[in-house]
Design a protein around this ligand. Structure first.
Ligand SMILES: NC(=O)c1ccc[n+]([C@@H]2O[C@H](COP(=O)([O-])OP(=O)(O)OC[C@H]3O[C@@H](n4cnc5c(N)ncnc54)[C@H](O)[C@@H]3O)[C@@H](O)[C@H]2O)c1
Length: 270
């Protein structure tokens, strides 16, 4: 049995904890959970079935588990991942944006300690094709993200450039640049563009366009990839999760599907 520990007992952490007990109980034991807000961990512990996971500090959780799942925050992810990989533990990371720029060190730790680092596709589609295309030569990766204007109100880029979002009648392109700049200016878009960047040609070459769309009720991510293989285009219309409107339903499902991929013997898709 693989001992699983979950750091971050919010929207994604809760669903994964329940999936460990419901769907994967033949393969894993949910050994421990951890949260910067102890009340969040206690609340989740109460909701779960027996045998209940223990509530530990993240350091103690890492010591006691084989697979560490980070579903906390971009502030937590770097330290957690570094410590867990250094201790020879496998890690699944949700706050992918928090390791962007430090991926060389993190990937090297996984290699030297012979453990696995899993980055689920999250709220974007096309990572499978992108990985395959990257075995050959890729000429262009473009992510276009459309959200309702209020989704961008507190973005540092919008504040810095004094962009007016209120009363917008038509779509407005807020940003065009690379993923590294997009992640700084729009940290809430960080996970999707970070995962796309890390899967293929990196944050400097991956292009991002961010559009405020007053008619949009969902968050839409379009990915266009062109390379020696030809080209592909994907479009995802994401419903927000009920618990956390910033997290899409698909990101939670993607985390669960990654756990399934780790545990099952048949692995379909690239
Ligand atoms: N990869 C993707 O596509 C994708 C998609 C959605 C969300 N995410 C990321 O996954 C993470 C979790 O998302 P969520 O919707 O479950 O968030 P959430 O806010 O519902 O829950 C996060 C939980 O982590 C806890 N937490 C915050 N900082 C912590 C720290 N330093 N140490 C321990 N616990 C901490 C919070 O108290 C909270 O209970 C976020 O960073 C989010 O940006 C990634």
């Amino acid at each position: 049995m693989i001992k699983v520990g979950i750091i971050g007992c919010g929207t994604i952490g809760r669903e994964l904890a329940k999936a460990c007990q419901r769907k994967f109980s033949d393969e894993v034991t949910l050994e421990a959970i951890s949260d910067a807000e102890p009340s969040h961990a206690r609340k989740l512990q109460k909701e779960l079935k027996k045998p209940k996971p223990k509530v530990y500090s993240y350091e103690e959780l890492i010591k006691r588990c084989d697979l560490v799942i980070e579903a906390a925050s971009k502030e937590a992810v770097y330290e957690v991942t570094k410590k867990a990989l250094s201790a020879g533990k496998d890690v699944m990371v949700m706050s992918v944006g928090g390791i962007l720029g430090r991926e060389k060190e993190i990937f090297e730790l996984a290699r030297t300690h012979r453990c696995c680092l899993y980055l689920p596709s999250g709220g974007v589609v096309g990572i499978d094709g992108l990985k395959a295309a990257n075995v050959g030569k890729i000429h262009r990766v473009l992510l276009t993200t459309r959200k309702p204007p209020q989704g961008f109100e507190d973005a540092p880029y919008v504040i810095k450039h004094g962009i007016k979002l209120k009363g917008l009648k038509q779509e407005k392109v807020l940003f065009e640049g690379n993923a590294a700049e997009a992640c700084k200016g729009f940290p809430k878009n960080i996970n999707v563009s970070a995962t796309l960047s890390l899967a293929a040609i990196g944050a400097k070459k991956t292009k991002v366009r961010i559009i405020a769309s007053p008619h949009m009720l969902v968050n839409v991510h379009e990915v266009y990839v062109q390379g020696d293989f030809g080209s592909f285009y994907t479009r995802t219309e994401n419903f927000p999760s009920e618990q956390n409107p910033k997290t899409s339903r698909l990101a939670i499902l993607s985390a669960e599907a990654t756990l399934e991929r780790i545990l099952r013997n048949v692995k379909i898709g690239t």
